[in-house]
Design a protein around this ligand. Structure first.
Ligand code: VGL
Ligand code: ZN
Length: 198
């Protein structure tokens, strides 16, 4: 898996590696999520040494949002802004001054780090992610984090569609698998969109 060359034209996107997904006590614990963290940290370390831009995303919800089951959506309450569950997982290396892109802030739905969807109008709007990548002249992105079948998948698919050379490190992600096989299907979807699975 050490076949990524990190450099100044590459960005490492660390998706939603937060307590609610990565910690066994988290509200939307992704089975084995904490097991992805050593591999995520290894990429962060390698990227950091090479001067790669490291960007973190955070799922960041209000207390009520149509994203939550209690409000008509599908998910248990998770990553409520300011809560323990929304914090980065303890063992995650968080690089000082690295950009953090928060999504879902205004109750927006959707999974990609690049966009949020207004739950009422369905309208999509961009997050800061693409602007940050452009500002740094990024051509290649490496995607790691949680969850493989939701935010990692959508982020990697969007990155590939936007013509970034996109690689997902499969060791550094884990799937929710609401339905058995969702993780595998996500890998296929990402490949189909043009992303490489390493
Ligand atoms: C995610 C489900 C709900 C994710 C976020 O980060 O993959 N999954 N909200
Ligand atoms: Zn969420």
């Amino acid at each position: 898996m050490a076949d990524i060359t990190y450099d100044e034209r590459t960005a490492l996107i660390v998706v939603d590696t937060q307590n609610d997904f990565a910690h066994p006590d988290g509200n939307l614990y992704v089975d084995g999520g904490e097991g992805a963290v050593p591999a995520i940290n290894a990429e962060i370390d390698r990227g950091r040494q090479a001067g790669t831009l490291i960007i973190y995303t955070q799922d960041w919800h209000p207390e009520s949002t149509p994203h939550f089951e209690k409000d008509g959506g599908v998910w248990p309450v998770h990553c409520v802004k300011g809560s323990w569950g929304a914090e980065f997982y303890d063992d995650l290396i968080v690089v000082d001054d690295a950009p953090v892109v928060r999504k879902g802030t205004e109750g927006g739905d959707g999974y990609s780090g690049f966009s949020v969807r207004d739950p009422e109008s369905g309208e999509e709007s961009a997050t800061q992610l693409d602007a940050i990548l452009r500002e740094h002249g990024i051509e290649r992105v490496v995607v790691v984090g949680l969850a493989q079948d939701y935010c990692v998948k959508e982020t990697a698919v969007d990155a590939a569609k936007k013509r970034y050379d996109t690689t997902v490190m499969s060791e550094a992600t884990r799937a929710v698998n609401l339905q058995p096989g969702d993780g595998e299907k996500a890998l296929e979807d990402m490949r189909e969109a043009g992303a490489r699975i390493a």
